[in-house]
Design a binder for this molecule. Sequence first.
Ligand SMILES: *Cc1c(COP(=O)(O)O)cnc(C)c1O
Length: 388
Amino acid sequence: MGTMGEPRARGRFGEYGGRYAPESLVEACREVEAAFREARADPGFRAALAELLALHAGRPTPLTPARRLSQALGVRLYLKREDLAHTGSHKINNVLGQALLAARMGRRRLIAETGAGQHGVATATAAALLGLEATVFMGERDIERQAPNVFRMRMLGAEVVPVTTGSRTLKDATSEAMRHWVGVTGDSHYCVGSVIGPDPYPWMVREFQRVIGDEARGQCAAELRTSVPDYVVACVGGGSNAAGTFAGFADTSARFVGVEAEGGAGAARGRLGVLHGCRSLFLQDDDGQIVEAHSIAPGLDYPGVGPEHAHLRDLGRARYLTVTDDEAVSAAVRLARTEGIVPALESAHALAWVIRAAGDGELPAGSTVLMTLSGRGDKDISTLKELV
Ligand SMILES: *Cc1c(COP(=O)(O)O)cnc(C)c1O
């Protein structure tokens, strides 16, 4: 089996992954896995999801050549435009898949955690579309910081539950959502927002996001003389947009680069641990306590990385690098002024690496680079206003 196929038994990617959860959740995860295996083999399910993605989420998203920026950098940069997907990022791809699966399993409610609110908004959107209820757990501090998204979720009919434990941010909201799921597994589906959590989530979320990579592969074949780019680059929080993009090129010679926030570098600097149901790399102190992540991009503010990325790193199949908040902000401004696109600050991290690597020769002149632009910058306007 090549890389990025199915994980081994019990959701193992090398020494990472697994299903570290209380017995009641292990059973619930088994049910999700069985339902997912059945659904992905069912042409009816695949057609229904493809239709939702096309008619509601706006897929396929374009592959845009960044002409002026490419000329300045001396590389050929192509942007996979997830910023143009409904709700403004790639998160909708995964959420529509899981919501459709939940409905097929007879569940009437979605449970989700959210940090900045992007995954919560996507979940609330999918729930509304499919006639499901949505309960979104969100740290109290994030509720204060992300008022527009809190309102958006409520507008869409979701219940937003404030989490008052720990640092009152994403890590705590995730713990709380998992605890809540224990009591309601027969009635509710837990909709995880990235390639993290207990098996089958890392694998299932990657499969729902591989539409990014599969579309891009076809678009590259039509656009590029070589048909496969030299480099495939994406930002990495938990790692779902990167995993979905990489998956489309797993069988090629394209080099994979995942770009993390300096203060949230699970893959680049994390240590082996177990959190939220899976074994992976997490930022920890000397006692093994999880250290809080810090990034100007809320979607990169997670102290770990999905288990498959940890494995790809060990294999040398992908490299994981970091950029600073300042580099990301400069990259966002540069993209706005050369290409007329205001990117999400998360996506700006991937671009910041491309700009740096083109400048210091790490990216050879003339290289073709496919970069996933994971989302649009509207949500970051209040942050950017203070800095630009
Ligand atoms: C949530 C988010 C991310 C980070 O999540 P991944 O699972 O690493 O993809 C990146 N970009 C945007 C725009 C996001 O909303």
